[in-house]
Ligand binder design. Structure first.
Ligand code: ADP
Length: 796
């Protein structure tokens, strides 16, 4: 070949390449357009071939599917289609990919991916993702055509155009080479394709390792390869080869595919520029094609993913959600989807719901605010809006917290809103607020000091006004203080000693005790503390209610002192007077005369009465203040009654009255202080004798359930109804109808009442004026009951 003819050939070749390239570019553009326009549609079919769901886009083409089998609906057939993948998908529970030609759509080729899945009810359904691949098929054909064209062109090129594979273990091979191998390597296409080493062996030994390293690097980095190296031709001539390639893809086995060229750059320096042009053209073609291939691949991957994951999962989550879900268009604010919960929440059907927009489900007066917020949510500036009034179909307004997220469905942006109904919560909150307000006002206005403390640390959490006044601190200061700051250092009244009361209260046992407190100024004062555990604001707290009892204590002490003085100051001179009178009456110091003797006897009686009065007052005092000891032991009440009758026998006989006993022998022995019960009985019988002129006195004992009952009945003067309520009140002496001086102190019955009640029993009287009286008391059979109450009541 002469240099001239070679040149001619080349310029011809260039022309062809340019023409073809333009054709290919046009084709690419079409491909792009077609790919962009390709649509997919989703439908869901049940086991009986009923169309359960149809993509709204497809619905426009095919109409309403209700009541139609899929083969009728899509294909216009009366039998299932022969190549249908539905049966197989149901049987294998695996996705099936089939191709169908839709006659009704101008014989378009549809690729159907049939994906079986379980719906929320556990029913198997299939989702069919229908991709119109008519255009895709055309593209495939076009690509095949362009491939052939490329081959034709490349074969005419003086450069080696190749497809090459680099395996992870370092082995290499050509997948495709053009005819130019003959020129460059002096080897035929088929020789090189069969045995790569044949081509490799042509590389100069000193260059080969570098070539290999450079390829390896391109593989590792998945970057274009560019390397110049030398080959030794058959005729031993060394030529320079410029190697260029770009990585196309990584195969599942890890090998990397390159597309590239090998150009002889030794000679034909003038051609170099031209060839470089061709090479660049080719490269761009290869690049374009690769891009297209990758594009269509990822496109299908996306579709599949969307069908399999997004739609299915999204729908499942959407429909199963306990919160209401609404899918809205961010621009038109119209709803696109609503789940069951949402529909129930607002009282609309799903169909009604998707005909509404944000603007239709809120009260008019709040709408502009809500839309403003919705737009912020749509922009993604905020996601949560709370306490949103939402209007139900029936007009009622509920409140919801609305959380939003942007989601993409079929490439379109939507705002997904989850609605949480907080109407109930708001009601509870309002009620809580009210009770909190009530509690606050009671707390603040209470006259007793109230302190609320942490159940573990006893730190003051809250204190009312009275508490602040009691301790002299401000509310803020109070909240910084622990319980120990309100306790003295006095032995017996330190925090260490009080701690036990608080521990018991924290365990749920309310405590009542008297304690010595200390205020900010260091003043000591007595408090009665009522400490209990309570739930405040959902937490266990210790509540202390404190009452300043300093004054009360002072009065009690004063009274005690007074009583001691009275007993001492009166009893001593009275004993002396009584002794003196006895000496005179007994005429030890000379005769007195009968008249004087009578007077002195009256004096003596009065002195005795004064002594009894003092004894009674002191007794009562002791009983009331809990200082009277009780000796509880098991006794038979009947025996006590009999003993009493023996004591009183003389008196009864003296008045010519009869005494009857009506005793219940079945009464078991029970615990009581015998001397004190005897005192009660003697008081009852003594009164009965005193206020009865004729007839009889009966003593009755009975066992009644958990109690024993004792009654002293007389046929005496009785008690006027208006006097009955005052019978057991201290110092309330009822003036006897006869006007006679009975020598009583008026303390007998109040003392009896104290004694019986300290035993846990009850005391009362029933009487009819001029007919007689019945005095009763009961005692508990259960010892514990009696003792416990006695102890409790002893406590002041
Ligand atoms: P006193 O020591 O004065 O009798 P009590 O407390 O025992 O004091 O009795 C108070 C008053 O109750 C008596 O003064 C009397 O008026 C009235 N009373 C008590 N027992 C009887 C009774 N059996 N019948 C009528 N009146 C009675």
């Amino acid at each position: 070949m002469t240099r001239k003819t070679q040149k001619q050939n080349e310029s011809q070749l260039e022309k062809i390449v340019i023409e073809r390239t333009q054709k290919i570019i046009g084709l690419q553009k079409r491909i792009e357009f077609i790919l962009g326009a390709t649509k997919t549609g989703l439908d869901i079919i049940d086991k009986n071939f009923n169309v359960v769901y149809i993509d709204p886009e497809w619905k426009k083409v095919y109409g309403d599917p209700t009541g139609k089998k899929c083969y009728e609906y899509f294909m216009g057939r009366d039998k299932t289609c022969q190549r249908c993948g539905i049966k197989k998908a149901f049987a294998t529970k695996l996705p099936v990919v089939t191709e169908e030609v839709l006659a009704r759509e101008g014989n378009r080729t549809i690729q159907v991916t049939t994906i079986p899945y379980k719906d929320e009810n556990g029913e198997w359904l299939v989702a069919e993702v229908n991709a119109d691949i008519t255009e895709h098929k055309k593209i495939e054909q076009a690509l095949r055509d362009s491939e052939r064209q490329i081959r034709e062109i490349t074969d005419m090129l003086p450069v080696v155009v190749y497809q090459y594979q680099f395996m992870p273990d370092g082995t290499q091979k050509f997948i495709f080479v053009n005819k130019a191998t003959k020129n460059i390597f002096g080897l035929r296409q088929d020789e090189i394709l069969k045995d790569f080493s044949k081509a490799w062996s042509k590389i100069l030994p000193e260059d080969a390792p570098l070539v290999f390293e450079s390829i390896k690097k391109a593989v590792e980095e998945f970057k274009p390869w560019a390397h110049d190296f030398r080959l030794r031709k058959k005729n031993r001539k060394v030529v320079w080869i410029q190697g260029r390639s770009i990585p196309k893809k990584i195969e599942p086995d890890g090998s990397v595919i390159f597309y590239g060229t090998l150009t002889d750059v030794t000679e034909h320096k003038t051609q170099e520029v031209q060839l470089e042009k061709y090479r660049q053209h080719l490269e761009s073609i290869v690049k374009e094609r690769t891009k297209k291939l990758a594009l269509s691949e990822s496109y299908y991957r996306e579709l599949f993913k969307f069908a399999k994951e997004s739609e299915e999962k999204f729908k499942a989550i959407f429909s199963k959600a306990r919160d209401g879900f609404l899918l809205a268009d961010p621009i038109t604010r119209r709803f696109y989807m609503a789940n069951k919960t949402m529909c129930q929440m607002l009282g609309y059907s799903e169909k009604e719901m998707v005909r509404l927009a944000v603007d239709n489900i809120h009260p008019k007066e709040n709408l502009s605010d809500i839309i403003e917020k919705f737009e912020e949510q749509a922009r993604g500036d905020i996601s949560l809006i709370t306490n949103v009034p939402v209007q139900k179909k029936n007009g009622a307004v509920i409140y919801a917290d609305i959380n939003t997220a942007q989601i993409f469905l079929k490439g379109k942006r939507y705002i997904l809103g989850s609605f949480r109904d907080i109407t109930e919560r708001r009601k509870i909150e309002a009620a809580l607020q009210m009770s909190e307000d009530n509690y606050r006002s009671i707390f603040e206005t209470a006259s007793d000091a109230i302190l609320i403390r942490d159940i573990q640390t006893y730190k003051t959490i809250d204190a009312n006004r009275a508490a602040c006044e009691m301790f002299g601190y401000s509310k803020e200061d109070m909240k910084k203080l622990y319980i120990k700051h309100f306790m003295t250092d006095e032995t017996g009244y330190t925090w260490k000693e009080a701690e036990n009361f608080y521990k018991l209260a924290a365990d749920g046992e309310p405590q009542l005790f008297e304690w010595l407190g200390i205020d900010k100024a260091g003043r000591y004062f007595w408090v009665e503390a009522n400490v209990k555990r309570a739930v405040i604001g959902g937490k266990y707290r210790i509540i202390s209610m404190l009452r300043d009892i300093t004054e009360r204590k002072r009065l009690v002490t004063m009274k005690d002192n007074f009583m001691n003085t009275v007993s001492h100051e009166l009893r001593t001179p009275l004993a002396a007077i009584k002794e003196g009178i006895s000496i005179v009456v007994d005429e030890l110091e000379g005769e007195v005369g009968s008249e004087n003797k009578n007077i002195l006897n009256v004096v003596k009686k009065n002195v005795d009465r004064l002594n009894r009065l003092i004894d009674d007052v002191l007794d009562f005092q002791k009983l009331e203040s809990g200082k009277m000891p009780f000796r509880l032991k098991k006794h038979n009440i009947n025996e006590v009654v009999e003993e009493c009758c023996q004591v009183m026998g003389g008196l009864v006989r003296e008045k010519k009255l009869s005494l009857t006993l009506d005793l219940d022998k079945s009464i078991p022995s029970l615990s009581f202080d015998k001397d004190k019960i005897l005192q009660v009985l003697l008081n009852f019988i003594n009164n009965a004798v005193k206020f009865t002129e004729q007839g009889n006195i009966t003593i009755v004992t009975r066992s009644e359930g958990k109690w024993i009952k004792v009654c002293v009945r007389d046929t005496g003067i009785g008690i006027k109804p208006e006097d009955l309520p005052r019978m057991f009140k201290k110092f309330e002496r009822i003036e006897s109808a006869t006007g006679q001086n009975t020598g009583g102190t008026g303390l007998g019955l109040p003392i009896s009442k104290e004694i019986i009640e300290k035993h846990g029993g009850r005391i009362w009287v029933e009487s009819r004026w001029q007919e007689g009286s019945e005095f009763y008391f009961t005692l508990p059979l259960n010892k514990k009951n009696g003792v416990k109450n006695a102890e409790k009541n002893t406590y002041s």
